[in-house]
Each structure stands twice: as C-alpha cells, then as structure tokens.
Design a binder for this molecule. Structure first.
Ligand SMILES: Nc1nc2c(ncn2[C@@H]2O[C@H](COP(=O)(O)OP(=O)(O)OP(=O)(O)O)[C@@H](O)[C@H]2O)c(=O)[nH]1
Length: 429
C-alpha cells in the first residue's frame, strides 16, 4: 500500500471499499503541512493510546490529589477553622461559592481520583475528563464573576485549567484540543451568564486563547517525540521476536509463547498441539541449488506454515535452520491430522523443484506432531520432546509424511527419547 495515501484511503483500501476523499480547505491543507497528523496507522494507534494512558496514570493521580487536598482543607476550614477561612477567603455570601467548590469540583475530582485506582481508568477516564474539565471551567468562571463582585480575582486558575488537558490528563493531541476548545467556550458562556465585566471577559479570553495555542504547540512537539520513541521501541521489540530471513516469529518468541501457552492450557484444561516441521533433504538442496536458492525456499515454506496459525493464541516460528514449529491452542488430534494434510498439500501446490533430484522431485517436509493435555506436574519441554520424537519417526519412515503422537506422553520421561534415538542410530549403523 503506497505511503502517500492518506489514512482514510488506506483504511478504505484495506476494507475493499471505495476511498473516502477528504475535502480540506486551503487553511486545513496549510495547517496539516505545518503540523502533519501524529496519528498512527490502524491498530497501532489504539495500542499507543493504551500504553500512553497507562504511562501517565500515576502522574495524573498525583496531580488530582492536589485540588482534592486543597478543597478538603477548605471544607474543613469552613467547620472547625471558620476563622481561618474568613481570613483566607472572605466572600460574604458563601452559598454559591461552596456549591461550586464542594458540590461540583470536589466530588468530580474525587471521582476522577478514584478512577485512577481502578480498572475503570483505562476505558472511562479520558472521556469523563473531557466532560468534567469544561464543567470545571464553567464553575471557575461563575466563581470568578462572584469573586470579582467581592473584589477578589481567580483568573490564574483558568490558564491552568486550559493547560491541564495537554500536560496533566494524558490526552492525545486531538482529545486535548477538543477539551481545551470546550473549556474556552464554557468560560465565554459562563462569563456572559455570570455577568462578568465585559472588558475583563475579553481580556481573560485573550489570555486563555494564548495559553491554549501555546499549550497545543508544546504538546504537539512532546507528543511527536513520545510517539517517535514508542515506535522505535515497538520496532525493536518486534525485530527481537522475528526471524530476519523469513519474517515469521523466531525461536526466542517460540520459547516464551510455549511456556505461557502451557500454563494457560494447564489452568483451562485445554489440549494443545505442537507441530515440528523439517524440510527433507535440505542439505542436498543447498549443495545443488546454492545457499541463495535455499534461503528463497525457506521463505516460501515459512509462508505456507504461517497460514496455519490464524487464531490469536496460535504461533508459527522458525525453530532453527530448516526446522519450523507450530503451536496450536485448544486443538485435538483429529484437527491436527487434518491440518497436516492441508500443509503437505499447500507445499505440493507451490511445486518447488528440488535441485538435487533429476526426476522432477519437489521439495517436501516431514511433520512430527504432539497432542497433549498439559498437567501442572509436567513441563513444556516434554511436549517439545514428544514432537521431536514424532518428527524423527516421520524421517525414519521415509520423509514427506506426518507422525502424530499423544499417548506416548503419559510415559514420557525427559531425556529418554534422545537415549532411545541414539541407541536406534547405533543399531542401524
Ligand atoms: N540456505 C540456508 N540453509 C540453511 C539455513 N539454516 C540451515 N541451513 C541448512 O540446512 C541443512 C540442514 O541439513 P540436515 O540437518 O543435514 O538435514 P537434511 O539434509 O534436510 O536431511 P533430513 O532432515 O534428514 O531430510 C544444512 O545444510 C544447513 O546448512 C539457512 O538459513 N539458509
């Protein structure tokens, strides 16, 4: 898919529908040239947002504690410390003021704070904060107008509230800009309804818009660098788990995934299957066709095998050299046998000629499959050993075939197969 396509067109191309032409104004085109969209393609954007919001969770929590603590102190000061309150904030009619502070600001801050400690945070925090912050803006401007009439000013709170969506609440650029726009609209509306002096209102709005624009520019460049480092970390960890030649998962990923799947299956009483696949006579392929042709053959075989692991928990990996492994979760013997037949047929369809044979013989592979129900007292090494033994048997029986083992697992003793294999090799020699 060409990189020059806009995101919407790429998504449309993937889904097979007609591309949606985005109509942009000249200003929109000019703006997007200066600030290109930071959004990632497809599911990566969702992954990034989840990662980012988890990353800023504790920071958000610590910051919300500040207004919660301040408002709780102010509330206490209204009871046993009323003289102190009179000395600090002295509006004569407290009822509206207290309604805003203790009826709206304090409960909503506490709700947000609690959310940061629970599982609700992931799904609900940002949408709720996008509503709560403009409501706070409305409260502040009403309090502002009230304080003005009393001869006090609260203006400093508004620029802080305008910057909070960018730098405190862990929102991505579009969410923060939408929230800040609402904060400014609420301020203008609240200031008008609250009867704030029009000169003061205009001055405050200019300050707010300035803070909003400055915040957006700084947030944009911060987001750019955060996204950049996220992407490099993602690419690095992906390449750590991928085989450089074939692009499928590598041995390292296989080992990690096998151990995790084993534990999961033991907990869920689910059967799992491991297929070990080894290309037949591959040394001869290299010797006659050359290493480059051998590499190309490995890539094609990996492509065939990779199609076998479509479900989320299944995995195809290059186990080493010309050997591959497929792990299948919750899969029984009959399905394994069917899948192995399909794999042999798919490879035959590719019709890769074997250069070592003159009679048009094609490249084939042998499959050793192990089907077991993991038990806590057993280890995943037993599964690998059983599949390995099945593969060895398939080779021994003439190659280009599948051998499935399952009951042997009951009597499996780690290490014994290798001993048996060696003694068989000695007897054959
Ligand atoms: N081209 C290429 N060859 C590789 C690669 N990794 C391993 N090999 C070759 O794979 C061959 C494996 O040969 P053997 O283990 O003797 O097995 P075989 O010839 O396939 O014999 P059987 O498995 O018994 O059918 C060796 O010649 C390795 O050099 C690779 O990345 N590229």
């Amino acid at each position: 898919m060409p990189d020059s396509l806009p995101n919407a067109d790429k998504a449309a191309a993937r889904s097979g529908s007609k591309p949606v032409r985005q109509r942009r104004t000249a200003f929109g085109r000019f703006f997007s040239r200066i600030f290109p969209s930071l959004r990632f393609e497809g599911s990566l954007e969702g992954q990034f947002r989840r990662w980012y919001s988890e990353n800023v969770r504790s920071r958000i929590r610590s910051v919300i504690w500040i207004p919660v603590a301040a408002l709780l102190i102010a509330m206490l000061a209204g009871g046993p410390f009323s003289d102190l309150r009179a000395a600090l904030v002295a509006p004569r009619d407290q009822s509206l003021f207290d309604l805003m502070r203790f009826g709206v600001l304090l409960p909503s801050c506490i709700a947000l704070l609690i959310a940061t400690y629970t599982h609700l945070y992931t799904r609900w925090f940002t949408p709720v904060a996008q509503v709560v912050l403009p409501v706070h803006a409305l409260c502040f401007v009403v309090m502002d107008a009230f304080m003005h009439r009393q001869g006090y000013s609260l203006n400093a709170m508004m620029p802080l509230l305008t910057l909070a969506p960018y730098f405190v609440f862990g929102m991505v650029q579009a969410q923060a800009v939408r929230t800040v726009a609402l904060v400014v609209v609420m301020y203008a509306l609240g200031g008008y309804l609250g009867g704030l002096d029009s000169g003061q209102r205009t001055f405050d709005l200019v300050i707010l818009l300035f803070a909003a624009a400055l915040g957006a520019a700084v947030h944009y460049s911060l987001q750019k660098s955060v996204r950049h480092s996220y992407l490099s970390t993602q690419i690095m960890s992906e390449s750590l788990n991928r085989d450089a030649l074939t692009g499928i998962h590598n041995r390292r990923m296989f080992d990690e995934h096998a151990a995790r799947m084993w534990q999961q299956a033991a907990r869920a009483n689910a059967p799992i299957a491991l297929l070990m696949i080894d290309i037949d006579h591959f040394k001869a392929f290299n010797d006659y066709g050359g290493h480059q042709a051998g590499d190309a053959c490995l890539v094609k075989v990996a492509g065939v095998l990779n199609r076998a692991s479509r479900r989320p928990l299944d995995l195809t990996a290059r186990y080493g050299g010309e050997e591959f492994a497929i792990l299948l979760y919750d899969t029984r013997r009959d399905r394994v046998e069917e899948l192995c037949r399909e794999l042999h047929a798919s490879l035959a369809n590719l019709a890769i000629a074997h250069p070592a044979f003159t009679d048009n013989q094609l490249v084939t592979f042998s499959i050793g499959a192990a089907c077991v129900e993991p038990q806590p007292e057993r280890r995943v090494e037993g599964l690998i050993q059983l599949a390995d033994e099945a593969l060895y048997t398939a080779k021994e029986r003439g190659r280009n075939r599948t051998v499935v083992m399952d009951r042997e697992y009951e009597t499996l003793r780690t290490g014994t197969f290798r001993v048996q294999r060696r003694s068989r090799e000695t007897a054959a020699a």
